[in-house]
Write a protein that binds this ligand. Structure first.
Ligand SMILES: Cc1cc2nc3c(=O)[nH]c(=O)nc-3n(C[C@H](O)[C@H](O)[C@H](O)COP(=O)(O)OP(=O)(O)OC[C@H]3O[C@@H](n4cnc5c(N)ncnc54)[C@H](O)[C@@H]3O)c2cc1C
Length: 312
């Protein structure tokens, strides 16, 4: 990327977004895996006006734009991201319960939505206990657990195109499948309304505790990770296949296949993205050699990685 373009784009962003625009921001701290190099430009858009400036600037200087939620499903490369990394801020964190619905900005976190639902005796969101993402990231990934997913709850989603046009998509216009949706790749989710069920508050709390305990018992929550590394193939679990292929506890540098849950790679302290990536590809290769199944990564790769390691 031409430095001149980046500098000109940064000057515009800094003029309008002030300290919300930062150059060469290390992304490791912005992801739950705690790995990853710098974003050439990192911006937090606190309002729709900010968002418009970011989108216009990216278009004007033809800079790649990546929208990051809470960074809990990402592996960012050690060389970082060439272009603008955008995160939604203040105005997009607002959430309000009204009757059996919750309307929230895309930057609202799932844990905060689970809490507000429980406070208003609204059931249906308990499955999301312990998923550390934002509403926007959860919708894109159709985040789910315990046999449910966010897509089941959607009443509508508001998106913003690269040209800054807002669009309201009703439930029947969006298809939610296992860890994917048909939402436009380039559109930014700014808000969504979830439709929940009125339920008994004690029953909700009990369910939340039960789901959280299950997570604590089965997942390596004390070490940085990005959740499940691979999607579950039809009819089986990725964790089981990885374990059967003998990959549990395998490590490269500080990246390790968790001994607690084989579909998690944990960062024992100073792992690099290259180590996590190399380990992931070795696991994928071993499972393929063992069972003839190519596991599809669930986590998303941002920036450049060694393509030679990809399973062909
Ligand atoms: C400990 C742990 C447990 C987890 N458990 C689960 C689980 O049980 N089930 C599950 O499904 N996932 C789980 N995850 C993975 C992750 O939390 C989810 O995928 C989550 O929904 C990702 O949200 P995020 O905000 O972190 O998105 P990010 O990781 O930041 O981004 C993910 C994708 O969403 C896009 N995106 C983010 N925000 C927006 C937006 N506003 N508009 C458009 N695109 C956007 C990004 O561009 C990217 O493509 C877990 C992760 C961890 C670390």
């Amino acid at each position: 990327m031409s430095n001149r373009y980046v500098n000109r784009a940064f000057a515009t962003l800094q003029k309008f977004l002030r300290e919300n625009a930062v150059k060469d921001k290390i992304l490791a701290k912005e992801t739950t895996m705690r790995v990853g190099g710098p974003a050439e430009i990192f911006v937090v858009a606190d309002s729709l006006d900010h968002l418009k400036v970011v989108l216009d600037t990216a278009q004007e200087w033809d800079l790649p734009l990546f929208i990051m939620g809470k960074g809990s499903n990402l592996l960012v490369s050690d060389s970082g991201f060439s272009g603008i990394v955008l995160r939604l801020g203040r105005d997009f964190m607002v959430k309000r319960a009204n009757g059996s619905k919750i309307r929230a900005g895309a930057a609202a976190t799932l844990p905060s939505l689970v809490q507000i639902a429980s406070r208003h005796s609204l059931g249906g969101l308990c499955f999301a206990v312990g998923i550390p993402g934002s509403l926007g990231g959860a919708l894109v990934m159709n985040a789910g657990a315990h046999g449910s997913c966010i897509g089941n709850l959607v009443a509508n989603v508001i998106t913003c195109s690269k040209k800054c046009e807002l669009k309201v998509l009703e439930k029947n216009q969006i298809s939610f499948e296992y860890r994917r949706t048909n939402l436009e790749k380039d559109d930014i989710i700014v808000e969504a309304t979830l439709s929940l069920d009125i339920a008994d508050m004690d029953a909700i709390k009990h369910q939340m505790e039960e789901y959280f305990a299950k997570r604590k018992n089965s997942q390596p929550l004390q070490l940085p990770n990005a959740g499940s590394v691979f999607k579950n193939p039809k009819g089986t679990s990725a964790g089981k296949l990885i374990e059967e292929a003998g990959c549990k506890s395998m490590s490269i540098g500080d990246a390790e296949v968790s001994a607690k849950h084989a579909n998690f790679i944990v960062n024992r302290g100073h792992a690099t993205a290259s180590e996590v990536y190399a380990l992931l590809r070795i696991v994928q290769k071993r499972v393929f050699e063992h069972r003839g199944i190519i596991l599809e990564p669930e986590i998303e790769f941002i920036g450049e990685f060694d393509e030679a390691l990809m399973l062909k």
